[in-house]
Design a protein around this ligand. Structure first.
Ligand SMILES: *Cc1c(COP(=O)(O)O)cnc(C)c1O
Length: 411
């Protein structure tokens, strides 16, 4: 008799976005003409940069000619792309990252989950709370947790709160943990980590033999020049950190699919016999065995991100979303709400007024303004009492939604 991976039964059945959809449906059934504006889901809305489209169309032509046709590419990605990433994203910021340490993939979400393949079963794992749900659910699937509890937390995981009380920084744990997920600029809070804060994490990781998974999916949104874009800007990070990056949010590749993971060759972890093993070798083996690379066409599109035209277009795209976030911040503040984030990130994190729960605030905003956001409690227990509003939308929708909140929402 075939059996299943019982860990899947521990998962809370994709609660957040289905529940949002259910409440919106119920509302529109009784209010069929309500002009709903969705500022909830973390997906981009604006079209792909022209430089990327042009490069991909040229790549399609390459595929139509015997002399330039490409079959299987390197599982780790083409060198012409990895060299540009190493030079412009890392070496230009003083980070010692070699092209051979970069692995091109079809998404950061995938890599964030897949990375667990190369780690043991008995690591102590820490996540922030609130958190990008992928980090938690992939650990549940891999059997690294106990049962889920009523407050949404899983037994066995260490939760590090990031709230207004600690200025949205992830406080270094007093206990020893082996794997730590950090995401800065943060989804969902929009908070960033200073050099000093990341240095403290690197020092902790080195002292404890821990590995940091650093998710930098939103680094392009950093506007403050003192904030590090990569964890490798921090001395010592090459000995304790893996960094995940993606073309999804800077270049609008959420539907096109391209990302990268950096595994420094200096990074090791312990084998059962106590010896130190290079993680790069394991990840290289894992990718070569289970992955066949990102399509040539898409990698050419990603390469165009590093051209002069591409850089200008991406800057404009990111600025557009940041301007949306600024409008959201200003209008919500004027409406009497306390807001965080939205300066170095596309997300604005709103404190719900008068002690409303995240879901009560959701319902109130839906009913009075026909605006949909994301309840903070859906990202973790410490997200209760907060609400995420995304700058990923058209200017028209953002302005209309903010107009309604200013006119109709009474704190
Ligand atoms: C959007 C996002 C990503 C990117 O995922 P892709 O699979 O590359 O599209 C990674 N991490 C976080 C926290 C995100 O919000």
């Amino acid at each position: 008799m075939a059996t299943i991976n019982d860990n899947y039964l521990k998962l809370k059945a994709g609660y957040l976005f289905p529940e949002i959809a259910r409440r919106v449906n119920t509302f529109t059934q009784s209010n069929p003409n309500a002009p709903i504006i969705k500022l909830g889901i973390g997906d981009v809305t604006e079209p792909l940069p022209e430089a990327c489209r042009t490069a991909m169309m040229k790549a399609v032509e390459d595929m139509g000619d015997r002399s330039t046709f490409k079959g299987y590419g390197p599982e780790q990605g083409y060198n012409w792309l990895k060299e540009k990433i190493a030079a412009q994203d890392f070496q230009a910021r003083g980070c010692d990252v070699d092209p051979s340490e970069i692995f091109i993939s079809d998404g950061s979400k995938c890599d964030n989950g897949n990375i667990l393949d190369i780690f043991g079963k008995n690591n102590k794992i820490a996540v922030t709370d609130p958190v990008y749900p992928v980090y938690v659910d992939t650990n549940v699937m891999a059997g690294h947790t106990g049962e889920g509890k009523d407050d949404g937390k899983y037994e066995g995981l260490v939760y590090i709160p990031i709230t207004a009380d600690n200025n949205f920084t992830a406080t270094i744990p007093t206990q020893k943990v082996d794997l730590i997920y950090l995401c800065f600029p943060n989804n969902p809070t929009g908070a960033v980590a200073t050099k000093e804060h990341l240095q403290a994490w690197v020092d902790y990781a080195k002292a404890n033999g821990s590995i940091i998974f650093f998710d930098a999916a939103y680094e392009a949104f950093i506007t403050d020049p003192s904030i590090p874009h990569s964890i490798y800007e921090i001395p010592g990070a090459r000995d304790c950190a893996i960094e995940f990056r993606s073309f999804s949010k800077n270049a609008g590749f959420t539907g096109t699919r391209c990302a990268l993971t950096v595994v420094p060759k200096t990074l090791t972890a312990k084998a059962a016999d106590g010896s130190d093993v290079e993680l790069w070798k394991l990840w290289n083996r894992r990718q070569s065995t289970k992955f066949n690379g990102v399509s040539y066409i898409v990698q050419r599109g990603a390469e165009a991100v590093y051209s002069e035209a591409g850089k200008a277009q991406i800057k404009a795209l990111v600025s557009f979303y940041l301007e949306n976030a600024k409008i959201i911040r200003e209008k919500l503040t004027a409406a009497g709400l306390q807001v965080y984030g939205g300066v170095n990130a596309p997300y604005v994190w709103v404190k719900t007024p008068n002690g409303l729960s995240s879901w009560d605030f959701f319902d109130k905003l839906l009913q009075t303004c026909n605006v949909v956001g994301t309840p903070g409690s859906g990202f973790g227990a410490a997200g209760e009492g907060y609400f995420r509003i995304s700058g990923f939308n058209s200017r028209e929708n953002v302005e209309e939604a903010m107009k309604r909140i200013t006119e109709k929402f009474k704190v």
